[in-house]
Design a protein around this ligand. Structure first.
Ligand SMILES: *[C@@H]1O[C@H](CO)[C@@H](O)[C@H](O)[C@H]1NC(C)=O
Length: 488
């Protein structure tokens, strides 16, 4: 067991149960480089603030140029998280952390694909914003926009008139998960920019240290992003994740000591904007293999994550649809697909580097090639190898989504002074059942349900809404697949 052939055989058995026509697609291969390029264009479509002249989306313009004004602080820039026009700190930071991880781990693959500069620009669009949001000590601005008011209006960010409420965390209103995730984003991105812009990198690392200190000295969960981004899992995962990135960036023993002695870890089967244990565990496994034996329990937990998702594992916990896609829950489910594919791809490379395998029970082991084959199968599902025989990335492959649940893409470009009432905006642009006038190139939408069913309808937001972190988690694994040796 544990060979590439083994993986193919296992998948083959599943496919035999499907209609014959589906089998034809199996040998298909995808243009991963094109998918990679497009996945980064989507992140450009999510940019808030004053756009640079090299903006690649003709239908996007400057927006939210007064963000922060009500609080007397410049909070322009950053990213809209999904199909709405709110800037949420927690998922934005996770997007930047995971994008930075891809940029560090798959640097040469991204460079070979000609996308490294675009990834760096995407990271910087986030970190420039976080530097503004953290400009005052022991304070972090964590949200701009009022989700309730925003969700009552279907307008593009360039024309929005809704209130831009500002939320912050500080000593009296703590938010350890957001502070720690932002710390992780700053620490990881400081590694990315180390050899490119030394001063900027130092600035990011310094903020990362302060935010981590703040997160652990003022412990508490912030519920201000509820019910849109409630951290259901608490902040222990973000504290471990931040310490892991700080140790990776600094190699200072105080962070390793924190990981060994203070941090809380857990056995988990999912990796998402809310739950980061598995990411930290896999990063720390590399240090374990390198010789840091004190990290054994974290490496064991990382293996447990892998064993909970692999289809042939005796400890499998994660459900897969009949067509083979990881399914955790409705609503941006594809984040679990890209997140798992990314972690397995990274771990596959770590296992190869140290000539190791993963044991799921005493006599079942999986090797590097098996993990990568499964990661590839998950990405291939999204790109078109699925029972619907359609792509779930806008503007890519066969029959891609045309009605992404996204304000900017579904409202035509209007002059800056056009004002449409919120009520009529829904009738005119949301309910019209027509393809979006603007192609939201590269967006991976929420995806099919547990039965592989998909409805390309704007109002079916669990299926058609994109999110920045679905794509940030796809970037590294697409770069890996685009590099030679992973074409069928
Ligand atoms: C890798 O590990 C296997 C078994 O653990 C061993 O037989 C093989 O020689 C190793 N290969 C290298 C290159 O070290």
């Amino acid at each position: 067991m544990g060979s590439y052939a083994g993986a193919s055989a296992a998948i083959f058995v599943t496919w035999l149960l499907l209609p014959a026509g589906f089998f034809v697609v199996v040998s298909g291969q995808f243009n991963y480089k094109d998918a990679l390029t497009k996945s980064l264009i989507f992140l450009e479509a999510q940019r808030s603030g004053k756009l640079p002249p090299n903006n690649r989306l003709p239908w996007r313009g400057d927006s939210a140029l007064d963000d922060g004004k009500t609080a007397n602080v410049d909070l322009t820039g950053g990213y809209y998280d999904a199909g709405d026009n709110v800037k949420y700190g927690l998922p934005m930071a996770f997007t930047v952390t995971t994008l930075s991880w891809a940029a560090i781990f798959y640097r040469s693959e991204l460079q070979a694909a000609g996308e490294l500069d675009n990834v760096h620009a995407a990271i910087r669009w986030g970190t420039d914003y976080f530097l503004k949001a953290s400009s005052r000590r022991k304070r972090l601005y964590v949200q701009v926009g009022d989700p309730v008011v925003d969700h009552q209006c279907w307008v593009r960010p360039e024309n929005m008139q809704t209130t831009r409420t500002v939320l912050k965390i500080d000593e009296s209103t703590p938010g350890s998960e957001i502070a720690a995730e932002t710390s992780a984003a700053m620490a990881a991105s400081s590694i990315v920019f180390r050899g490119i812009d030394h001063k900027y990198s130092r600035l990011l690392l310094n903020k990362a240290k302060l935010l981590f200190q703040f997160a652990k000295s003022h412990k508490g969960t912030f519920d201000g992003e509820c019910p849109f981004y409630c951290s259901c899992t608490g902040y222990n995962d973000e504290l471990l994740w931040a310490a892991t990135w700080l140790y990776t960036a600094t190699k200072r023993s105080m962070y390793l000591k924190y990981i060994q002695e203070e941090a809380i870890s857990a056995y988990v089967a999912e990796f998402s904007w809310d739950l980061k244990y598995a990411g930290a565990q896999i990063l720390l496994s590399d240090l374990y293999f390198k010789g840091e034996k004190s990290l054994e329990s974290l490496k064991v937990q990382g293996d447990s994550f892998v064993c909970s998702v692999l289809p042939d594992s005796p400890y499998r916990q994660i459900y897969r649809t009949p067509g083979g896609m990881i399914y955790v829950r409705d609503g941006a489910n594809t984040q679990y697909v890209t997140g798992t594919a990314f972690l397995l791809s990274v771990y596959s490379d770590i296992l190869a580097k140290y000539n190791r395998t993963v044991y799921c029970g005493a006599d079942k082991q999986f090797d590097s090639a098996y993990l990568m084959a499964f990661a590839k199968q998950q990405m291939d599902y999204l790109l078109g190898q699925n029972p619907q025989k359609r792509s779930y990335m806008v503007g890519f492959g066969t029959n891609p989504p045309k009605q992404a649940h996204h304000r900017g893409a579904s409202v035509p470009k209007l002059s800056a002074d056009s004002i449409l009432s919120c009520a009529s905006s829904f009738i005119t642009w949301f309910n019209n059942d027509l393809p979006n006038p603007n192609e939201l190139t590269g967006a991976i939408v929420g995806g099919p349900d547990r039965y592989d069913n998909f409805h390309d309808k704007r109002w079916d937001s669990p299926k058609t809404e994109p999110c920045t972190y679905i794509n940030s988690l796809a970037v590294g694994v697409l770069a890996k697949l685009a590099s030679s040796g992973h074409h069928v």
